[in-house]
Design a protein around this ligand. Structure first.
Ligand SMILES: Nc1ncnc2c1ncn2[C@@H]1O[C@H](COP(=O)(O)OP(=O)(O)OP(=O)(O)O)[C@@H](O)[C@H]1O
Length: 613
């Protein structure tokens, strides 16, 4: 979790922002529902007015028909009280009906915006953020905000209005007692202020801890096989229990804070009510107050108990919503760094020859001490295949990720046919580049949807050709053919099957540039030979950059570049490098000689066991 400081009120004070600043910024999501909220308020206020009118009618009943023993008048006023009660019930129903639909609509819009923003954020953002934190923000935090903007704000306004109107009526009924009730607002405000300060910190802590627990659950679900295989279940369970215990303790602390405050908030109106009853009875005995007025006074004062009691809940809900808004804005305020330039170009596939050039390219991961890649100069001619080899961790995958702009170069530039990649529209670039990463990622959708991820318009023939090339015709034999849904992350398929589908996805529609990270690593020798033969056909017409871990795959390449310490230390044909670069020889000698050979299409032997199959 990168950002914790917002939960600290001191840090917030230092930054000069108000605790509800981020919540206030979300007001635009309420705008489309302004009419609904206006109706909501009107219905709420009308319902409250009807409720307040009932004690006043009761006052007339007691001082009129009851005092004078007139049953006819009693019936009339009783009917009016009943009518007011029914009106209040209907208005409450209307309010709740409108409230739920507008609040859910607002939450859905905000969630869609956060999700869209997450997609625009670069890979480096997702590298740094735990997915559980993002998950908890996009689910529980948004629900907290929805609850506050729909119920919390509404009851805050309604309860304030009720408080003010009732206190004015009380002052009108009996000035001294009414002012006493009004004065009871002072301790209430002091209690509320103190509570708000403490609760803010506690709710931020709890929401962050919820994210940590979500991360633990997510990691467990994803790494279940590995954990089981290594028998690490108990350790994982202990980690989860510790996280859940911390969350539990914070929840208990928060609950106690709320309970203590609720008790104090409860105490104030009840003490005031006791005082008023004694003093009111004395006033009635002296004849200063009629019995009806005393009943109305007490009934009206009872109406203040709920607004005061709910104050604790509203403040708690408001604080949670404020911290949730902070956490949401931390995501929304992160600018997507990899975006289209103002005048970005769209390059049609047919107009691209595919000359890929790295010019003094360097790259440094955010917050990393040293660059991973420095001064990379490489040119890959149209239709040429360049294999990138190097020791593990030397930056091969990173170099590949710069081509579809998953990461942005931090120095130099990469061009395709002379166009800086940053001058191309991202959508255009990503249509030109076919990518298969080291980890073949599939999604829990149909095989066809997985294949056409980057080419939704691909037709059946193109899909058939791509599957044939990747030796992935097994897809047609799945229970529902290409319509078969693969399990989450494609885990219902074998590693080799996933890799072949990922390769088919990369080559679908014959992209101008192919960027493949060890595309044959999970295949058996026989399938590897078949895929290699088919891939060779595609590579003849496509510019390709391949990361190669195994000598056998080098045979696909026309030239090889050796990456060492983030720099290209040698480029040339495989046989040249073998003959002249000791580091290259040493690197390949460390690999098991599983076959492969010279970068031509004829089988060769090179003395290092690299024989193309
Ligand atoms: N997201 C990241 N954030 C920070 N550093 C990273 C990140 N990804 C990789 N690195 C670092 O960059 C360096 C190069 O990693 P990279 O994955 O590009 O190497 P590689 O040559 O492809 O390795 P391998 O052959 O094992 O796949 C490594 O030191 C790695 O620790």
């Amino acid at each position: 979790m990168p950002v914790e400081s917002d939960g600290d009120p001191a840090a917030r004070a230092a930054s000069g922002t108000h605790p509800v600043h981020n919540l206030w910024r979300l007001r635009r999501y309420l705008r489309p529902y302004a009419a609904e909220f206006a109706w909501l308020l009107v219905a709420g206020l009308a319902g409250t007015a009807a409720g307040i009118a009932v004690p006043l009618v009761v006052q007339r009943v007691v001082d009129g028909p009851i005092a004078r023993h007139e049953p006819a008048g009693l019936l009339q006023l009783g009917g009016l009280a009943l009518l007011l009660g029914v009106a209040e019930a209907v208005l409450i129903f209307v309010r709740r009906w409108v409230q739920s639909s507008s609040a859910v609509g607002m939450e859905a819009t905000l969630r869609a915006d956060v999700y869209a923003h997450l997609q625009r954020l670069p890979a480096s953002f997702h590298d740094r953020w735990q997915s559980g934190q993002l998950l908890s923000r996009i689910t529980s935090d948004l629900s907290v905000i929805r609850r506050f903007l729909s119920f919390g704000v509404f009851f805050l306004v309604l309860n304030l209005a009720t408080y003010v109107v009732v206190v004015l009526l009380l002052i009108r009924l009996h000035a001294a007692l009414g002012l006493l009730v009004a004065a009871s607002a002072v301790p209430l405000l002091l209690i509320a202020r103190r509570f708000g300060r403490h609760y803010h910190t506690a709710s931020r802590r709890m929401q962050d801890q919820q994210g940590d627990v979500a991360t633990l659950v997510e990691e467990t679900a994803q790494g279940l096989r590995t954990m089981k295989a290594y028998g690490r279940g108990p350790e994982l369970a202990a980690r989860f229990t510790a996280g859940a215990r911390t969350l539990h303790d914070t929840g208990i602390g928060k609950g106690r804070l709320l309970a203590n405050t609720a008790a104090l908030l409860d105490l104030v109106p009840n003490v005031t009510l006791g005082v008023v009853l004694v003093a009111g009875a004395a006033a009635a005995a002296r004849g200063v107050l009629t019995i009806g007025e005393l009943v109305a006074f007490a009934s009206l004062q009872l109406m203040l108990i709920w607004p005061v009691q709910s104050l604790g809940w509203i403040i708690a809900n408001g604080q949670e919503a404020a911290t949730a808004a902070d956490r949401i804005q931390e995501v929304l305020d992160t600018p997507p760094q990899i975006v289209d330039a103002p005048e970005a170009l769209t390059l049609p596939r047919d107009a691209v020859r595919g000359r890929l050039r790295f010019e003094r390219v360097s790259f440094c991961y955010p917050d990393a001490a040293a660059p991973v890649l420095s001064e990379i100069d490489l040119t890959i001619e149209p239709g040429e295949t360049l294999a990138l080899v190097g020791a593990t961790g030397c930056g091969k995958s990173t170099l590949l990720s710069l081509v579809p702009r998953m990461h942005e170069v931090t120095g130099g530039r990469i061009t395709v046919d002379g166009h800086d990649l940053r001058d191309l529209r991202l959508a255009s670039l990503r249509r030109l580049v076919g990518v298969a990463f080291e980890e073949p990622t599939l999604f829990s959708m149909s095989v066809r949807e997985n294949l056409t991820l980057g080419r939704p318009d691909a037709d059946d023939d193109e899909i058939r050709a791509a599957l044939a090339l990747a030796q992935a015709d097994f897809a047609y034999d799945l229970p529902w053919g290409l319509a078969t849904r693969v399990g989450e992350q494609g885990l219902s398929l074998s590693g080799g099957q996933r890799q072949r589908l990922a390769l088919a996805r990369a080559v679908l529609g014959r992209p101008a540039l192919l960027v493949l990270d060890d595309p044959l690593s999970a295949l058996d020798v026989h399938t590897e030979a078949l895929v290699e033969a088919a891939l060779r056909q595609v590579l003849r017409t496509t510019t390709a950059l391949l990361v190669v871990h195994r000598p056998s795959t080098i045979s696909l390449a026309d030239r090889v570049a050796l990456l060492d310490g983030g720099r290209i230390v040698a480029v040339g044909r495989h046989s040249q490098l073998l003959a002249t670069v000791p580091a290259y020889r040493a690197l390949l000698a460390a690999e098991p000689p599983t076959g492969g050979g010279e970068g031509s299409n004829s089988p060769t032997s090179d003395g290092w066991g690299l024989v193309r199959s």
